[in-house]
Design a binder for this molecule. Structure first.
Ligand SMILES: Nc1nc2c(ncn2[C@@H]2O[C@H](COP(=O)(O)OP(=O)(O)O)[C@@H](O)[C@H]2O)c(=O)[nH]1
Ligand SMILES: [Mg+2]
Length: 455
């Protein structure tokens, strides 16, 4: 998918202006290309930042910038190849000029994720760790960053490899019994084999158990705010987001499109969706808004139903309660700063959690956040167990578990070892797909296409 024996170059820092911008070169000619552009006679010292002037081309008098150049010789570099990092002033114009100069000297512009891909190919990191790099860069909450970092450190890879090694040993002992059939089945102890297989299955299940929670942290949740017009949905949305993002007005039906913002609820990124509300309307634009509100509701993990206690509880409020009775929901009784006009408690038959709030005085917003946390079951994964955040890993682990269990049943039913072996080998193949020891080009393409350029 990528050529791997040439030298690649890219800006490694985000687009836009900054105090510093970094251009990264990786490949066999990284050092000579950097050397040609830098005003230094001597070569760069390994892993030492060196101040130098960078010119447009070898022998060219036109200087681009003063840079700090650092040479990381392979194989102990990020990519496993020779790497040179040039820290320049963080102007897009300067950084682009440096990239162009490197390209004139023979470097090729890197594709997204190509540096990390080389690190993977050169065995610096496995596939789980490469995916963790992308997750860490993409993380929007501190908890997401922590889980991605743990994965980058190799907590998940280590556990998967440990399971794989146990499987390998078990397979080896079963194979030995096949090679020496005259020794009889007793070469391996049937009961011991059953126990060993059950242990492996339990370890995989343990990883899977933490996985659902991990996935929630990585992928986040969607919470939809619904309710009749003017109940204060947009105000609640703004209160939770903490900035005046959605339009708030006293005219019914102003939030016509969906407004979304992501907030951090105990480490879980929650995509909060403000809707036009659900009510009968004649306005074509608003009809569209109501339609969108309904479809957002359909895919939401949780809905916040907002009611206005300063006006009568009417049929549309009743309808909203009925319509969402089978959804996960949280009821918000808004405008508690105004007098209560409801003659009776409309929620006597409702078991959902109810939070009283005032978007205006911000009273109850903290309680609302806490209720959100509880509803989204945001308990933190323990640090000592690897949390699986990635659906790809979860799917493969589940498949591996099924194979191991099948093997266990085969042993119990006294099926020939060959079948047991085939299942266990299949389980190993699946585990190796997770860490990338066995992969297809399509999968790699898919994974690395998510990366940004320069990573
Ligand atoms: N007194 C009071 N007014 C509120 C409260 N929340 C919202 N409002 C007002 O109610 C009106 C409608 O609010 P908005 O958030 O646009 O409602 P939406 O149509 O449900 O999105 C605005 O004039 C808000 O200022 C509250 O808690 N107390
Ligand atoms: Mg609104």
């Amino acid at each position: 998918m990528f050529n791997t024996d040439d030298t690649i170059v890219a800006i490694a820092t985000p687009p836009g202006r900054g105090g510093i911008g970094v251009v990264r070169l990786s490949g066999p000619n990284a050092q000579s290309i950097a050397g040609a552009l830098l005003s230094r006679r001597a070569g760069l010292k390994a892993r030492t930042a060196t101040l130098a002037t960078l010119t447009r081309a070898a022998g060219d008098a036109e200087q681009i910038d003063q840079v700090l150049a650092t040479f990381f010789p392979g194989p102990a570099s990020y990519t496993g190849d020779d790497v040179v990092e040039l820290s320049a002033h963080g102007s897009p114009v300067v950084l682009e000029a440096i990239v162009e100069a490197a390209m004139r000297s023979g470097a090729r512009l890197a594709e997204p994720g190509e540096f990390t891909f080389r690190g993977f190919l050169n065995g610096r990191i496995d596939l789980v760790q490469a995916e963790a790099v992308a997750d860490l860069v993409d993380s929007v909450t501190p908890l997401q960053a922590r889980l991605a970092y743990d994965q980058l450190e190799g907590t998940l890879s280590t556990e998967i490899r440990a399971i794989d090694t146990t499987l390998f040993d078990l397979i080896a002992s079963l194979e030995a019994s096949l090679d020496f059939p005259e020794e009889g089945y007793h070469f391996v102890d049937r009961q011991k084999t059953v126990t060993a297989i059950a242990d492996i299955s339990a370890r995989i299940s343990g990883l899977l158990a933490g996985g659902r929670r991990g996935r929630v942290i990585r992928e986040g949740r969607q919470v939809v705010i619904i309710g009749s017009p003017n109940t204060g949905k947009s105000s609640i949305f703004n209160g939770l987001v903490g900035a005046g993002r959605a339009i708030v007005t006293a005219v019914a039906g102003t939030t016509r499109d969906l407004v979304t913002e992501t907030i951090d609820v105990c480490g879980v990124p929650v995509r909060l969706v403000d809707t036009a509300g659900i009510r009968e309307t004649g306005d074509a634009v608003e009809v569209e808004g109501v339609l969108r509100a309904r479809s957002a509701l359909a895919v939401a993990d949780l809905s916040l139903l907002v009611f206005d206690r300063s006006r009568p509880f009417d049929s549309s409020d009743v309808q909203l309660l009925t319509e969402t009775s089978s959804c996960r929901r949280l009821l918000v009784v808004n405008k508690v700063d105004l007098p209560l006009v409801w003659a009776s408690n409309p929620f006597t038959a409702v078991s959902s959690r109810i939070v009283e709030a005032s978007a205006t005085t911000e009273g109850g917003l903290e309680a609302l956040r806490e209720a959100l946390t509880v509803e989204l079951a945001a308990e933190e994964p323990r640090r000592d167990s690897p949390a699986i955040t990635n659906t790809r890993h979860l799917d493969l682990l589940e498949r591996a578990r099924i194979e191991v269990e099948r093997a266990g049943q085969a042993v119990s039913r006294e099926v020939s070892e060959e079948f047991v072996l085939a299942d266990l080998q299949q389980a190993r193949a699946i585990l190796e797909e997770i860490t990338g020891q066995r992969t297809t080009e399509d999968l790699l393409q898919h994974i690395f296409s998510r990366f940004c350029i320069g990573k």
